[in-house]
Design a binder for this molecule. Structure first.
Ligand code: CTP
Length: 219
């Protein structure tokens, strides 16, 4: 089955530290944009909730909503997910953010600043808690280590998160971020491996959409 209304988050959040600095990560948003492109190809209405995504990566035809921080991501994903039958959390959302956002720090300040962090909301878990009837929710997980370690951690993460589908990719050591291709291993909410896909980020997105469709039908 194909989905009618798809919401995809993409990119990496930036958590303000002072007026000019932020804590960020290396996600470019390419994989999320390719999920959006694959969904458009199936004829779905697609909303891209974008955290600092380069405009050139965004496919024509999607509705774009900006969500630069984890807090924005939580708010915008909830709003967009209200009408969606497929929700894909592809964005690399910061797990921590500075507790205080100060005025601009300068190198001439009397003391060297320390950075105190607090946890951000887990958007994926929030979306799962508030899931609409007949809504399918897909998460991503970026894991490091050997292929065997990534599989084992992926299975555990799938069980812990409870998304209908968790797409696990290996990052670090030249894998994952800022690359044209990707390898994803898919787990369902029971932690069962449902397959693997390697190829361009569009090709792996197409496999993910097919699997999500199959899982949504078996509910
Ligand atoms: N995610 C989220 N909100 C956060 C952090 C992550 O919604 N504050 C989502 C991501 O979009 C992704 C999944 O959760 O779909 C990743 O889960 P997470 O536990 O953050 O895994 P990783 O960051 O990949 O790995 P870990 O934290 O275990 O190092």
């Amino acid at each position: 089955m194909s989905f009618r209304s798809v919401v995809v988050s993409a990119g990496g959040t930036r958590e303000p530290w002072d007026e000019v600095r932020f804590l960020g990560n290396r996600s470019t948003g390419r994989q999320g944009c390719e999920v959006a492109r694959a969904a458009l190809e199936t004829g779905a209405d697609v909303t891209l909730v974008a955290a600092n995504v380069e405009a050139a990566l965004i496919p024509h035809g999607v509705k774009v909503v900006e969500a630069p921080t984890a807090e924005d991501m939580l708010r915008q994903m909830h709003a967009a997910a209200a009408g969606a039958d497929l929700v894909v959390m592809c964005a690399a959302v910061a797990d921590f953010r500075p507790i205080r956002v100060s005025g601009k720090i300068t190198r001439h300040d009397a003391t060297i600043p320390t950075l105190e962090l607090e946890r951000t909301p887990d958007v994926l878990m929030n979306l799962i808690e508030h899931r609409r009837e007949n809504q399918t929710i897909v998460g991503f997980g970026a894991l490091t280590g050997s292929e065997a370690q990534v599989r084992e951690q992926g299975r555990k993460k799938a069980l812990a998160k409870g998304a209908d589908l968790l797409c696990v990719n290996r990052v670090g050591d030249g894998h994952g971020f800022a690359t044209e291709t990707n390898t994803l291993i898919f787990f369902d909410s029971q932690g069962t491996e449902r397959g693997q896909a390697s190829g361009t980020k569009l090709e792996v997105a197409e496999v993910m959409l097919r699997l999500a469709g199959e899982i949504s039908q078996s509910h």
